[in-house]
Design a protein around this ligand. Structure first.
Ligand code: PMP
Length: 460
Protein backbone atom coordinates (compact mmCIF):
# COMPACT_ATOMS: atom_id res chain seq x y z
CA UNK A 1 0.00 0.00 0.00
CA UNK A 2 1.28 3.45 -0.88
CA UNK A 3 1.22 5.52 2.33
CA UNK A 4 2.74 8.68 0.86
CA UNK A 5 0.44 11.56 1.65
CA UNK A 6 -0.88 13.34 -1.43
CA UNK A 7 1.03 16.66 -1.64
CA UNK A 8 -2.09 18.42 -2.94
CA UNK A 9 -4.17 17.33 0.04
CA UNK A 10 -2.92 19.93 2.48
CA UNK A 11 -5.19 18.91 5.33
CA UNK A 12 -3.71 15.39 5.10
CA UNK A 13 -0.22 16.94 5.10
CA UNK A 14 -1.09 18.89 8.24
CA UNK A 15 -2.41 15.71 9.90
CA UNK A 16 0.77 13.79 8.99
CA UNK A 17 2.84 16.64 10.37
CA UNK A 18 0.81 16.77 13.57
CA UNK A 19 1.07 13.00 14.00
CA UNK A 20 4.75 12.43 13.24
CA UNK A 21 6.88 15.52 12.91
CA UNK A 22 8.97 16.88 15.77
CA UNK A 23 9.53 20.56 14.95
CA UNK A 24 12.69 22.40 15.93
CA UNK A 25 12.84 25.13 18.54
CA UNK A 26 9.18 25.26 19.62
CA UNK A 27 6.90 23.60 22.19
CA UNK A 28 4.30 21.20 20.74
CA UNK A 29 1.42 21.55 23.17
CA UNK A 30 -0.18 24.34 21.07
CA UNK A 31 -0.53 21.91 18.13
CA UNK A 32 -3.20 20.04 20.07
CA UNK A 33 -5.49 22.93 19.20
CA UNK A 34 -3.70 24.88 16.44
CA UNK A 35 -2.44 23.73 13.07
CA UNK A 36 1.32 23.68 12.56
CA UNK A 37 2.42 26.28 10.00
CA UNK A 38 3.52 24.61 6.79
CA UNK A 39 5.37 26.66 4.22
CA UNK A 40 4.54 25.45 0.74
CA UNK A 41 6.24 27.80 -1.68
CA UNK A 42 8.68 30.69 -1.88
CA UNK A 43 9.68 33.27 -4.45
CA UNK A 44 12.06 36.16 -3.91
CA UNK A 45 11.27 37.71 -0.52
CA UNK A 46 7.91 35.98 -0.16
CA UNK A 47 6.57 32.64 1.06
CA UNK A 48 3.11 31.07 0.95
CA UNK A 49 1.74 28.80 3.67
CA UNK A 50 -0.67 25.86 3.41
CA UNK A 51 -3.69 28.14 3.86
CA UNK A 52 -2.60 30.08 0.77
CA UNK A 53 -1.60 33.14 2.80
CA UNK A 54 1.29 35.22 1.43
CA UNK A 55 4.01 36.44 3.81
CA UNK A 56 6.82 38.93 3.35
CA UNK A 57 9.77 37.21 5.00
CA UNK A 58 11.88 39.67 7.00
CA UNK A 59 14.06 36.96 8.55
CA UNK A 60 15.25 34.95 5.51
CA UNK A 61 13.71 31.60 6.31
CA UNK A 62 13.12 32.29 10.00
CA UNK A 63 16.78 32.06 11.02
CA UNK A 64 18.72 34.48 8.75
CA UNK A 65 19.53 31.88 6.12
CA UNK A 66 18.05 32.45 2.64
CA UNK A 67 20.35 35.34 1.71
CA UNK A 68 19.66 35.28 -2.06
CA UNK A 69 15.89 34.73 -1.70
CA UNK A 70 13.58 31.87 -2.68
CA UNK A 71 13.01 30.09 -5.97
CA UNK A 72 16.46 30.43 -7.55
CA UNK A 73 16.29 28.15 -10.59
CA UNK A 74 19.93 28.81 -11.36
CA UNK A 75 20.97 27.10 -8.12
CA UNK A 76 18.52 24.23 -8.57
CA UNK A 77 19.68 23.60 -12.16
CA UNK A 78 23.37 23.57 -11.22
CA UNK A 79 22.74 21.18 -8.30
CA UNK A 80 20.66 18.84 -10.48
CA UNK A 81 23.34 18.69 -13.18
CA UNK A 82 26.04 17.99 -10.59
CA UNK A 83 24.00 15.32 -8.73
CA UNK A 84 23.40 13.22 -11.81
CA UNK A 85 27.09 13.45 -12.70
CA UNK A 86 28.60 12.83 -9.24
CA UNK A 87 26.66 13.22 -6.01
CA UNK A 88 29.02 11.96 -3.37
CA UNK A 89 32.38 10.62 -2.52
CA UNK A 90 34.09 10.88 0.89
CA UNK A 91 36.05 14.09 1.16
CA UNK A 92 39.33 12.21 1.57
CA UNK A 93 39.05 12.47 -2.21
CA UNK A 94 38.28 15.81 -3.82
CA UNK A 95 35.45 16.92 -6.10
CA UNK A 96 35.22 19.48 -8.88
CA UNK A 97 32.75 21.83 -7.13
CA UNK A 98 34.56 21.28 -3.82
CA UNK A 99 37.81 22.60 -5.25
CA UNK A 100 36.09 25.36 -7.22
CA UNK A 101 34.17 26.75 -4.26
CA UNK A 102 37.19 26.54 -1.93
CA UNK A 103 39.17 28.72 -4.34
CA UNK A 104 36.28 31.13 -4.83
CA UNK A 105 35.79 31.46 -1.09
CA UNK A 106 39.44 31.97 -0.21
CA UNK A 107 39.59 34.67 -2.87
CA UNK A 108 37.07 36.61 -0.73
CA UNK A 109 39.04 36.05 2.47
CA UNK A 110 42.55 37.54 2.25
CA UNK A 111 44.83 35.92 4.83
CA UNK A 112 42.83 32.67 4.95
CA UNK A 113 43.86 29.57 3.07
CA UNK A 114 42.09 26.24 3.79
CA UNK A 115 38.44 25.20 3.66
CA UNK A 116 37.05 22.22 5.61
CA UNK A 117 33.53 21.19 4.53
CA UNK A 118 30.87 20.31 7.11
CA UNK A 119 27.07 20.41 7.32
CA UNK A 120 25.90 22.80 10.01
CA UNK A 121 27.09 25.80 11.96
CA UNK A 122 27.47 23.73 15.11
CA UNK A 123 29.60 21.19 13.33
CA UNK A 124 31.88 23.79 11.73
CA UNK A 125 32.43 25.30 15.18
CA UNK A 126 33.17 21.88 16.68
CA UNK A 127 35.85 21.31 14.05
CA UNK A 128 37.60 24.55 15.03
CA UNK A 129 37.32 23.58 18.73
CA UNK A 130 38.89 20.21 17.97
CA UNK A 131 41.75 21.85 16.10
CA UNK A 132 42.39 24.20 19.03
CA UNK A 133 42.52 21.21 21.38
CA UNK A 134 44.83 19.29 19.07
CA UNK A 135 47.14 22.30 18.68
CA UNK A 136 47.26 22.53 22.49
CA UNK A 137 48.38 18.88 22.63
CA UNK A 138 50.87 19.19 19.79
CA UNK A 139 52.53 22.41 20.99
CA UNK A 140 51.74 23.01 24.65
CA UNK A 141 51.54 19.60 26.30
CA UNK A 142 47.73 19.86 26.32
CA UNK A 143 47.81 22.88 28.61
CA UNK A 144 46.67 25.74 26.34
CA UNK A 145 43.30 24.11 25.71
CA UNK A 146 40.64 26.46 27.09
CA UNK A 147 38.24 28.17 24.74
CA UNK A 148 36.73 31.51 25.71
CA UNK A 149 33.23 32.44 24.55
CA UNK A 150 31.12 35.51 25.22
CA UNK A 151 27.98 35.99 27.26
CA UNK A 152 24.95 36.22 24.86
CA UNK A 153 26.80 34.63 21.89
CA UNK A 154 25.57 31.33 20.44
CA UNK A 155 27.66 28.75 18.63
CA UNK A 156 25.41 25.75 18.20
CA UNK A 157 23.20 23.02 19.58
CA UNK A 158 25.64 20.17 20.24
CA UNK A 159 26.97 19.56 23.74
CA UNK A 160 30.40 21.08 23.02
CA UNK A 161 29.01 24.12 21.22
CA UNK A 162 26.45 24.58 24.01
CA UNK A 163 29.39 24.49 26.41
CA UNK A 164 30.51 27.59 24.50
CA UNK A 165 27.00 29.07 24.70
CA UNK A 166 26.39 32.42 26.34
CA UNK A 167 22.58 32.23 26.46
CA UNK A 168 21.99 30.63 29.82
CA UNK A 169 18.47 29.27 29.58
CA UNK A 170 19.16 27.42 26.36
CA UNK A 171 21.50 25.23 28.37
CA UNK A 172 19.13 24.44 31.24
CA UNK A 173 18.55 20.67 31.65
CA UNK A 174 21.20 19.69 29.08
CA UNK A 175 24.25 19.51 31.33
CA UNK A 176 26.75 18.35 32.33
CA UNK A 177 28.75 20.20 29.72
CA UNK A 178 32.19 19.83 28.20
CA UNK A 179 34.96 21.18 30.42
CA UNK A 180 37.43 23.81 29.24
CA UNK A 181 35.01 26.54 28.06
CA UNK A 182 35.07 29.87 29.91
CA UNK A 183 32.72 32.85 29.55
CA UNK A 184 33.74 36.48 29.02
CA UNK A 185 31.34 39.46 29.42
CA UNK A 186 29.14 40.73 26.57
CA UNK A 187 29.87 44.08 24.90
CA UNK A 188 26.37 45.56 24.59
CA UNK A 189 26.85 49.23 25.41
CA UNK A 190 23.11 49.88 25.76
CA UNK A 191 23.23 47.64 28.82
CA UNK A 192 26.63 48.91 29.92
CA UNK A 193 28.45 47.09 32.69
CA UNK A 194 31.10 49.79 33.10
CA UNK A 195 30.68 53.53 33.42
CA UNK A 196 33.52 54.62 31.13
CA UNK A 197 33.93 56.64 27.97
CA UNK A 198 36.01 54.20 25.90
CA UNK A 199 33.43 51.43 26.28
CA UNK A 200 34.72 49.20 23.50
CA UNK A 201 38.20 49.04 24.97
CA UNK A 202 36.84 48.46 28.45
CA UNK A 203 34.66 45.56 27.28
CA UNK A 204 37.68 44.04 25.52
CA UNK A 205 39.83 44.55 28.62
CA UNK A 206 37.30 42.40 30.45
CA UNK A 207 38.42 39.55 28.19
CA UNK A 208 42.01 40.13 29.22
CA UNK A 209 40.95 39.98 32.87
CA UNK A 210 39.45 36.53 32.29
CA UNK A 211 42.62 35.39 30.49
CA UNK A 212 44.78 36.54 33.39
CA UNK A 213 42.45 34.92 35.92
CA UNK A 214 42.52 31.59 34.07
CA UNK A 215 46.25 31.83 33.23
CA UNK A 216 47.19 32.82 29.68
CA UNK A 217 49.12 29.57 29.27
CA UNK A 218 45.82 27.65 29.63
CA UNK A 219 43.82 29.66 27.05
CA UNK A 220 44.01 28.42 23.45
CA UNK A 221 41.29 30.35 21.65
CA UNK A 222 38.66 33.05 21.79
CA UNK A 223 35.44 32.38 19.87
CA UNK A 224 33.20 35.37 19.05
CA UNK A 225 30.40 36.38 16.70
CA UNK A 226 31.36 39.54 14.75
CA UNK A 227 27.86 40.88 15.43
CA UNK A 228 26.00 38.80 18.01
CA UNK A 229 22.88 37.50 16.30
CA UNK A 230 20.27 35.64 18.38
CA UNK A 231 21.63 37.23 21.56
CA UNK A 232 20.12 40.55 20.52
CA UNK A 233 21.83 41.83 17.34
CA UNK A 234 24.73 43.31 19.29
CA UNK A 235 27.02 45.47 17.17
CA UNK A 236 30.45 45.88 18.76
CA UNK A 237 31.24 49.24 20.33
CA UNK A 238 33.99 51.34 18.76
CA UNK A 239 37.51 50.26 19.67
CA UNK A 240 36.38 46.78 20.75
CA UNK A 241 37.79 44.67 17.96
CA UNK A 242 41.15 46.47 17.74
CA UNK A 243 41.73 45.74 21.41
CA UNK A 244 40.47 42.13 21.11
CA UNK A 245 42.97 41.51 18.33
CA UNK A 246 45.77 43.04 20.39
CA UNK A 247 44.91 40.84 23.38
CA UNK A 248 44.87 37.68 21.25
CA UNK A 249 48.29 38.52 19.81
CA UNK A 250 49.73 39.37 23.22
CA UNK A 251 48.78 36.02 24.75
CA UNK A 252 49.08 33.86 21.60
CA UNK A 253 45.39 33.07 21.62
CA UNK A 254 43.80 31.87 18.39
CA UNK A 255 40.87 33.99 17.23
CA UNK A 256 37.84 32.06 16.02
CA UNK A 257 35.17 34.17 14.35
CA UNK A 258 31.72 32.57 14.10
CA UNK A 259 30.25 33.89 10.85
CA UNK A 260 27.35 31.44 10.80
CA UNK A 261 24.91 34.37 10.61
CA UNK A 262 27.08 37.27 9.38
CA UNK A 263 28.85 35.27 6.67
CA UNK A 264 28.30 35.65 2.94
CA UNK A 265 26.91 39.13 2.63
CA UNK A 266 24.58 39.68 5.55
CA UNK A 267 26.37 42.78 6.88
CA UNK A 268 27.17 44.25 3.45
CA UNK A 269 30.69 42.79 3.28
CA UNK A 270 31.44 39.17 2.39
CA UNK A 271 32.14 38.47 6.05
CA UNK A 272 31.23 40.38 9.20
CA UNK A 273 34.80 40.46 10.52
CA UNK A 274 35.89 42.34 7.41
CA UNK A 275 34.03 45.40 8.74
CA UNK A 276 36.43 45.56 11.66
CA UNK A 277 39.88 44.86 10.20
CA UNK A 278 40.26 41.61 12.15
CA UNK A 279 42.73 38.87 11.20
CA UNK A 280 41.14 35.62 12.40
CA UNK A 281 42.74 32.18 12.70
CA UNK A 282 39.45 30.33 12.19
CA UNK A 283 36.28 31.46 10.43
CA UNK A 284 33.17 29.29 10.53
CA UNK A 285 30.14 29.87 8.31
CA UNK A 286 26.91 28.08 7.45
CA UNK A 287 23.51 29.66 6.84
CA UNK A 288 24.19 32.04 3.95
CA UNK A 289 26.84 29.85 2.31
CA UNK A 290 24.22 28.23 0.07
CA UNK A 291 21.16 30.16 1.33
CA UNK A 292 19.50 26.91 2.44
CA UNK A 293 19.50 25.37 -1.08
CA UNK A 294 21.84 22.68 0.26
CA UNK A 295 23.24 21.83 3.68
CA UNK A 296 26.80 23.09 3.72
CA UNK A 297 28.99 24.78 6.30
CA UNK A 298 32.69 25.56 6.24
CA UNK A 299 35.50 25.83 8.72
CA UNK A 300 38.15 28.04 7.17
CA UNK A 301 41.63 28.52 8.56
CA UNK A 302 45.07 29.93 7.72
CA UNK A 303 48.08 28.28 6.14
CA UNK A 304 49.91 28.69 9.48
CA UNK A 305 47.31 26.53 11.25
CA UNK A 306 47.29 24.04 8.36
CA UNK A 307 51.09 23.76 8.56
CA UNK A 308 50.86 22.78 12.23
CA UNK A 309 49.07 19.62 11.15
CA UNK A 310 51.71 18.42 8.72
CA UNK A 311 54.99 19.29 10.36
CA UNK A 312 56.15 15.82 11.45
CA UNK A 313 55.30 13.20 8.84
CA UNK A 314 56.82 10.40 10.90
CA UNK A 315 54.20 10.99 13.64
CA UNK A 316 51.00 8.97 13.00
CA UNK A 317 49.02 11.35 15.28
CA UNK A 318 50.11 14.44 13.38
CA UNK A 319 47.15 15.13 11.11
CA UNK A 320 43.57 16.22 11.76
CA UNK A 321 41.96 12.83 12.36
CA UNK A 322 38.43 13.88 11.58
CA UNK A 323 35.68 13.34 9.03
CA UNK A 324 32.22 14.64 8.31
CA UNK A 325 30.50 12.13 6.02
CA UNK A 326 28.33 14.65 4.22
CA UNK A 327 31.25 17.03 3.82
CA UNK A 328 31.72 14.96 0.66
CA UNK A 329 28.33 15.89 -0.84
CA UNK A 330 28.77 17.87 -4.03
CA UNK A 331 25.36 19.57 -3.74
CA UNK A 332 26.71 21.92 -1.07
CA UNK A 333 29.65 23.51 -2.88
CA UNK A 334 27.68 23.52 -6.17
CA UNK A 335 24.86 25.51 -4.58
CA UNK A 336 27.41 27.70 -2.78
CA UNK A 337 29.15 28.61 -6.06
CA UNK A 338 25.89 29.74 -7.66
CA UNK A 339 24.86 31.54 -4.47
CA UNK A 340 28.09 33.54 -4.48
CA UNK A 341 27.84 34.25 -8.23
CA UNK A 342 24.28 35.58 -7.73
CA UNK A 343 25.54 37.94 -5.01
CA UNK A 344 28.25 39.18 -7.40
CA UNK A 345 26.13 39.34 -10.56
CA UNK A 346 23.25 41.15 -8.87
CA UNK A 347 25.54 43.42 -6.81
CA UNK A 348 23.83 42.29 -3.64
CA UNK A 349 26.56 43.52 -1.29
CA UNK A 350 25.94 47.04 -2.56
CA UNK A 351 22.19 46.52 -2.22
CA UNK A 352 22.67 45.24 1.32
CA UNK A 353 24.55 48.41 2.29
CA UNK A 354 21.97 50.71 0.69
CA UNK A 355 18.92 48.84 1.99
CA UNK A 356 20.57 48.34 5.37
CA UNK A 357 20.90 52.10 5.66
CA UNK A 358 17.24 52.52 4.81
CA UNK A 359 16.25 49.85 7.35
CA UNK A 360 18.27 51.54 10.11
CA UNK A 361 16.82 54.94 9.17
CA UNK A 362 13.28 53.56 9.37
CA UNK A 363 14.02 51.90 12.72
CA UNK A 364 15.48 55.16 14.07
CA UNK A 365 12.21 56.85 13.03
CA UNK A 366 10.25 54.17 14.93
CA UNK A 367 12.41 54.89 17.97
CA UNK A 368 11.50 58.59 17.72
CA UNK A 369 7.83 57.72 17.48
CA UNK A 370 7.44 54.88 20.00
CA UNK A 371 8.80 55.25 23.55
CA UNK A 372 8.83 51.44 23.78
CA UNK A 373 11.73 51.25 21.30
CA UNK A 374 14.75 51.68 23.57
CA UNK A 375 17.62 50.96 21.21
CA UNK A 376 18.13 50.08 17.56
CA UNK A 377 21.25 48.32 16.31
CA UNK A 378 22.40 46.82 13.06
CA UNK A 379 24.91 46.28 10.29
CA UNK A 380 23.81 45.79 6.69
CA UNK A 381 20.55 43.87 6.36
CA UNK A 382 20.78 42.69 9.92
CA UNK A 383 19.01 44.73 12.57
CA UNK A 384 17.50 44.62 16.03
CA UNK A 385 15.09 46.88 17.92
CA UNK A 386 15.17 46.42 21.67
CA UNK A 387 11.82 47.07 23.35
CA UNK A 388 11.69 48.46 26.88
CA UNK A 389 8.91 49.09 29.38
CA UNK A 390 10.67 52.25 30.54
CA UNK A 391 13.34 54.18 28.62
CA UNK A 392 14.99 55.55 31.74
CA UNK A 393 15.36 52.31 33.68
CA UNK A 394 15.65 50.26 30.45
CA UNK A 395 13.47 47.61 32.03
CA UNK A 396 12.86 45.11 29.24
CA UNK A 397 9.37 45.01 27.72
CA UNK A 398 7.58 41.83 28.86
CA UNK A 399 8.14 38.85 26.59
CA UNK A 400 4.44 38.40 25.94
CA UNK A 401 4.21 41.96 24.57
CA UNK A 402 7.24 41.37 22.34
CA UNK A 403 5.64 38.16 21.09
CA UNK A 404 2.39 40.07 20.53
CA UNK A 405 4.28 42.44 18.19
CA UNK A 406 5.68 39.43 16.29
CA UNK A 407 2.18 37.91 16.09
CA UNK A 408 0.62 41.20 14.94
CA UNK A 409 3.20 41.46 12.13
CA UNK A 410 2.47 37.85 11.20
CA UNK A 411 -1.26 38.64 11.00
CA UNK A 412 -0.34 41.51 8.65
CA UNK A 413 1.61 39.06 6.47
CA UNK A 414 5.13 40.06 7.60
CA UNK A 415 7.38 37.51 9.32
CA UNK A 416 9.77 39.06 11.83
CA UNK A 417 11.79 37.45 14.64
CA UNK A 418 12.63 38.15 18.27
CA UNK A 419 15.29 37.04 20.72
CA UNK A 420 13.87 34.05 22.50
CA UNK A 421 13.36 32.76 26.00
CA UNK A 422 17.00 31.78 26.31
CA UNK A 423 17.72 35.29 27.57
CA UNK A 424 15.56 35.64 30.67
CA UNK A 425 14.53 39.25 31.08
CA UNK A 426 16.35 40.08 27.85
CA UNK A 427 14.12 38.36 25.32
CA UNK A 428 12.94 41.76 24.19
CA UNK A 429 14.67 42.49 20.88
CA UNK A 430 12.87 42.34 17.54
CA UNK A 431 15.19 40.79 14.95
CA UNK A 432 15.26 41.52 11.22
CA UNK A 433 17.36 39.92 8.51
CA UNK A 434 15.62 40.25 5.14
CA UNK A 435 17.16 38.66 2.06
CA UNK A 436 19.93 40.67 0.41
CA UNK A 437 17.59 41.27 -2.57
CA UNK A 438 15.22 43.46 -0.50
CA UNK A 439 13.89 46.57 -2.25
CA UNK A 440 12.95 49.94 -0.74
CA UNK A 441 9.29 48.88 -0.84
CA UNK A 442 10.08 45.65 1.02
CA UNK A 443 12.02 47.51 3.71
CA UNK A 444 9.25 50.08 4.13
CA UNK A 445 6.59 47.34 4.26
CA UNK A 446 8.53 45.61 7.05
CA UNK A 447 8.94 48.72 9.19
CA UNK A 448 5.36 49.88 8.47
CA UNK A 449 4.11 46.54 9.81
CA UNK A 450 6.20 46.97 12.97
CA UNK A 451 4.94 50.54 13.34
CA UNK A 452 1.33 49.36 13.24
CA UNK A 453 2.03 46.46 15.58
CA UNK A 454 3.75 48.67 18.17
CA UNK A 455 0.82 51.09 18.10
CA UNK A 456 -1.74 48.32 18.56
CA UNK A 457 0.15 46.28 21.17
CA UNK A 458 1.35 49.15 23.36
CA UNK A 459 -1.64 51.48 23.34
CA UNK A 460 -4.17 48.92 24.56
N1 PMP B 1 26.55 30.04 15.32
C1 PMP B 1 25.64 31.03 15.25
C2 PMP B 1 26.09 32.44 15.41
C3 PMP B 1 24.29 30.73 15.02
O1 PMP B 1 23.37 31.70 14.99
C4 PMP B 1 23.92 29.37 14.83
C5 PMP B 1 22.49 28.97 14.51
N2 PMP B 1 21.49 29.82 14.83
C6 PMP B 1 24.90 28.39 14.94
C7 PMP B 1 26.20 28.75 15.17
C8 PMP B 1 24.57 26.93 14.79
O2 PMP B 1 24.24 26.62 13.50
P1 PMP B 1 23.43 25.26 13.17
O3 PMP B 1 22.05 25.45 13.69
O4 PMP B 1 23.53 25.19 11.68
O5 PMP B 1 24.16 24.15 13.83
Amino acid sequence: MNTLVNPNDLSAIIEADRAHLWHHLIPHKPFETNDPRIIVEGKGMRVWDATGKEHLDAVSGGVWTVNVGYGRERIADAVRDQLVKMNYFANSAGSIPGAQFAEMLIDKMPGMSRVYYTNSGSEANEKAFKMVRQIAHKRHGGRKHKILYRERDYHGSTIATMSAGGQIERNAQYGPFTPGFVEVPHCLEYRAQWDVEAYGERAADAIEEVILREGADTVGALCLEPVTAGGGVITPPEGYWERVQEICRKYEILLHIDEVVCGVGRTGTWFGYQNYGIKPDFVTMAKGVASGYAAISCMVTTEEVFELFKSAPEDPMDYFRDISTFGGCTAGPTAAIENMKIIEDEKLLQNTLAMGERLMGNLEALKEKHAVVGDVRGKGLFAGAELVADRKTKEPAPEKMVQAVVADCMAQGVIIGATNRSLPGLNNTLCLSPALIATKDDIDAITDAIDGALTRVFTH
